[in-house]
Design a protein around this ligand. Sequence first.
Ligand SMILES: Cc1ncc(COP(=O)(O)O)c(C=O)c1O
Length: 388
Amino acid sequence: VTPDYDLEAWRRRVPLLRSFIPLNHCSQAPQTDPTRAAAEAYLDSWNERGMDWDYWMAEVERARAAFARLIGAAPDEVAITSSVSEGVSALASALDFGGARCTVVTTEAEFPTVGHVWLAQERRGGRITWVPVRRGVVELEDYDAVLDDSTLVVSATHGYYQTGFKQDLAAIAGRAHAAGALLLVDAYQTLGTTPVDVKALGIDALACGALKFLMGIPGIAFLYVRRELAETLRPTVTGWFGRKDPFAFRVRELDWAAGARRFDAGTPPVFAAYVARAGLEIIEQVGPARIERWTEALSRHLIEGGRERGLEPLGTADPRRKTPTTAYRCPVDSHAVEAALRRRGVIASARGPAIRLAPHFYSTRGDLDAGLDALAALIGPAAGRSSP
Ligand SMILES: Cc1ncc(COP(=O)(O)O)c(C=O)c1O
């Protein structure tokens, strides 16, 4: 398998590659020429015009539209939030846990912030049921054991941040809807590396931030809510941008913007939106299907190359069932190993008992071999067992 786009041309647009091998997309994307240019465009506009709210808001709308295109939704079905936590909190605040349907079915593979948002709903009558992680993966049958007619919402991460295991969203949507429940997906570990069509998959709501595989920075996240569903919801986590006309300034009136825009809250994250739009356009230009084809080949290389060097991959070994992230068991302090890898020119990401290597569309097999060699020298069978 070779990439069916000009990978070398993209590499020239990632300045960090001159000094490091970035393999940390599960945490943070590197800067690129287009995202830097977008950041500079905001700084220039701020400096030269003092303020330019009309233009700045148009940029926020361009980011919203780019995200909507990526997931096959309409811009009105996408809210701009500052983080996944805020988006999921706003959605949770709009749900009613007072009736017979009051259970949230979620998984041990969620990023903790999502679990925390649901646990916080216990005070409002929510009951949380956990689908377990076993050997780094989540089995579909384990959903069947907990879904019933008390389930209000199924909250499932697409990719598991620890092992890179990817859940089957169509199968989960089928199960959630058969039980009469909604499906919320956290797509932070997958969007940008695989095609996701929320309509075809039957996803009711989806949250994602910009800074991992979408090539952006912190400060902005997106919340998709299916239009018909959004129109029935009234979040208590809200603010003036969630109104029909924020600039009407009617302090004693609470109306609701159309669709998911009612989940907008305060002044939007303009600077982050500039960068997010540029990052989303990179993904659009390369194409999620082409990225998936290449990153699956990279996953295969990471799993086989890890085994050849005596490293133990965690989770699934099937590249089609994982994100581009491959995690290896780390027998010593993983944060010390991350620091030692950086001294060897490789940016990896430690998480608990694992070291994660997470390449993206511009990564080469050579990058992976360099990362694996450095990792094996630190924690492989031949490495000394003293601290790295
Ligand atoms: C899957 C997933 N969800 C959520 C988050 C955090 O979201 P936020 O900080 O935007 O609330 C992360 C961050 O690493 C993540 O990997």
